[in-house]
Design a protein around this ligand. Sequence first.
Ligand SMILES: [Zn+2]
Length: 370
Amino acid sequence: MGPTATAQRVVLAEGRSSRRALFADTHHPCLGSGRTLPYSADRGKKSVSRQALNELKQQIPLLDYLHAQDWRPARHLSRGRLMGLCPLHSDHKPSFLVDPSKSLFYCYGCGRGGDVIRFVELYRQVKFPQALTLLHQFRALAPLLHESASFYRMQLHRHGEAVAYLHQRGVRSPELIEHMRIGYAPGGCLRGWLAQLGYPLPVLRQAGLVTAEGYDAYRHRIIFPLDGNLYGRSISVSAPPHRFLPGAKGGLYSWEQVRRYPDVILVEGLFDYAVLWQSGFHNVTCSLGSHLNAPQFQQLCGRTRTVYLAFDVDTNGSGQHAAQCLSRQLKARGITARRVCLPDGHDPNSFFVQGGDARQFQCLLEAAQP
Ligand SMILES: [Zn+2]
């Protein structure tokens, strides 16, 4: 039995009966002296120092990491503790307890608990060394992406062309713009702003926000913040339409707010997502392309649910082909999949932009084919 199983036994042994004792020890059993780290560090040392781990944990408070994954508390308890839905299992009533002062969590539903490193192991389904790597990346990138996204959001309403483009794509509701944290990259001013905040140029280049030549990488693009990335949609027809920063595109969009629904609508693009959400379909999520990465597929398979695939009906048939393949893969995992048949040449965005409404889309959902 590996260290993971041992850790779970220890946490479970602490159990429901002695809630007060749960956070008594600030060191999770995972990181206790009994744990042999399953990898080598520099010069063949067998472990990362306790000090380095503690520093990492201090620099990334568990609550900050949870917020970045869209986790929100449902209740505030005494002594600053928070309770919300568990991101680690299919949770219907809040059972995930977070103590921000100790940066520890415990779930009364699935019985798992620990610190931010343990959370990443469980949430991203990776081993301890990969969890450390992910946290190091998060530590380096998160504040920079946050600053950039905030800057882009400030620009949105200062640029008429950006607002006009959003209107043209059916995005009108201020609530939606706030929900998706939509911004605009005019180009030519992010680098200066971040430099003023103290970010050195090599860091901006490495993150992909600034090109090798020193220019803003995103120019005339609508910006959508993602988990660990920024998606930029060009408003000009002469540039490539889609752009991401280097690195993974992350999991399903806004999954933390969607995962509890028994029926989920999956779309290809964020403008498809936007019009559906705006029309009241809050059980919509987006894969940012018609091919799901492994974490996205695992997210859909996390519980029994019905997935409505509302992919593009484009002339070359690629969207529908992808939907068929995904439908088969989901069925093989016991997930009910239904393909939504939009009119020829449409995606959910164009369907709504060209006059479709929520009632008509609901009819399409009801008529969706297995
Ligand atoms: Zn749980």
